[in-house]
Design a protein around this ligand. Sequence first.
Ligand SMILES: [Zn+2]
Ligand SMILES: [Zn+2]
Length: 312
Amino acid sequence: MIRLLPVFLLLLVQVGCQGTDLREVSLDIELVVLGIAQDGGVPHLGCQKECCIDARRDGIRLGPACLAIVNHRSGKTMLIEATPAIEEQLSLLREITGFGNEGRHAVDSLLLTHAHIGHYTGLIHFGREVASTDAIDVYCTERMSDFLRQNGPWSQLVELKQIVLRTVEFGDLTEVMGGVKVAAIAVKHRDEFSDTVAWRIEGPTKTVLFCPDIDSWDGGVLEKLIEGVDICYLDATFYDGRELPGRDLSEIPHPPMVVTMERLQEAAFREPGRFRFIHLNHTNPALRDATIRDELRNRGFRVAEPGERFRL
Ligand SMILES: [Zn+2]
Ligand SMILES: [Zn+2]
């Protein structure tokens, strides 16, 4: 795990003293990674394999995939996903940036990809029993917002105005925070309760893609998603599909990392660090196997790390 760069903060302060121009504003916004695991996190309920036995022994906890965006000027924070580890993740955000996890605005706004447990159930902490948040803007698709409005306990958050649903149309660019626009892009996934999207996030200087869950990259999907994107966080649930013996992978389809790397290899050599893997299953060897991690790196890919941050 990394704890990052006081140097970056110093830089912000220095630039902040030099009068106002657009460059300066752009430095005020950053993206921070708060979680990198699949929905169940690490250690994983019921796992008595080495992956989770070792994690329990060593006190390692990896929360589900989650990003945050912070505007240092306004102090506004936005989360991308409300995971079951939301308290730990907002604590990490505050530790790194000094913002978030305070009072009834523990976060100012939220983007959701879909209604699977690792991606939205952190909302449970927004209710009366915990933070009783005050009108947090929740950006999601119409089907996701219908799901929240029509099913308890989420419906109570809407009724009590602890959250305010902001429905977006697929593909439309919506300004969610000064200097940050987002678009929800439909992707294929198990859609029992909601549809599923990837988020394209456009800051003043960089564009980011967050695509934690998708069935496959077939049909030119990958090329379309990454077009014009500087930093791509991509579904890395499984490394090569062999790490889940005894489970039918057709029930839980994801593009294996080895396939993603093959498809993106040329671009990754050209732009090392552009493609960053996220949403790793607890069994995924890329979480801990040093040989695999070295190879990934040499090929220009990265596994996202909690605490990593970029100017947006
Ligand atoms: Zn997931
Ligand atoms: Zn495990």
